[in-house]
Design a protein around this ligand. Sequence first.
Ligand code: KIV
Length: 296
Amino acid sequence: MGCSRIVTNFAYGENMNHKKNVADIIGMKKKGDKITMLTAYDASFAHMLEQSGVDMILVGDSLGMVVLGYDSTVPVTMADMLHHSKAVRRGASQTLVVGDMPFLSYQVSIDQAIANAGRFMKEAGCDAVKLEGGQDMVGTVKAIVTAGIPVMGHIGLTPQTAGQLGGYKVQGKDVESARKLLADARSLDDAGAFAVVLECIPDKLAQVISEEISVPTIGIGAGSGCDGQVLVTHDLLGMSGKFIPSFVKCYTQLAPQIKASLDNFQDDVRSGNYPDAEHSFSMKYEVEEVLGRSSE
Ligand code: KIV
């Protein structure tokens, strides 16, 4: 099957899966079923993730680094997130989509946090939002949940405030910081979060947190004791040209394959091998003849 055929058959909105809701995700923890979440920023990747049956798609603010070319997530705006969340929704109509609230879209005031969380649902069609922070964010999480918007928490290494944490480092390594993370997780659970991302913390601490709280933990660099796992899709596919954290398992290396294809295209064009007859449109001989005559 040629590439063009694959593209022609690409239909957004195919009903591949039962669309999970946040209650299903919580139920998976109760049943002991591991939860999968992956990032997407556009319709084509979202569609592939949906076809693969992933439980949740996160429109992460990692968008800033993976797609927009920034060095951190800090410059990412609500407009950026909504634009890409809408595309993901179009590509994956039957998957639970979580929109990541960008830096300063939820910290300034609780009213603004509710309004911005609402935009992810009303304008982009997201099913839930994610925000970073623990005990300091309890009031905000409660208010957003009370407004009817499911919230996923995110603690440990929180990239939006990585500067305050001493950079992109493993968190919760000493007794004090480990206790604080456990308290953060408990307070998010009490505040009504439906799941909590644990990023870059020791595996034993993640296991304790996972056993202590009622809602699922979704780990990234947090070991196998979590209730689910999330990765940046471009990292696991070997597409990120830049630094890849040591906890990422690369399931393939697409970057070299993509480069080889781009090189081959250019070689073909320059040598006249592309387009050949197979990739060109022919016309009826009679028309060709008339044209040939008229151009004489
Ligand atoms: O922005 C993101 O992609 C994330 C995850 C990797 C958890 O927050």
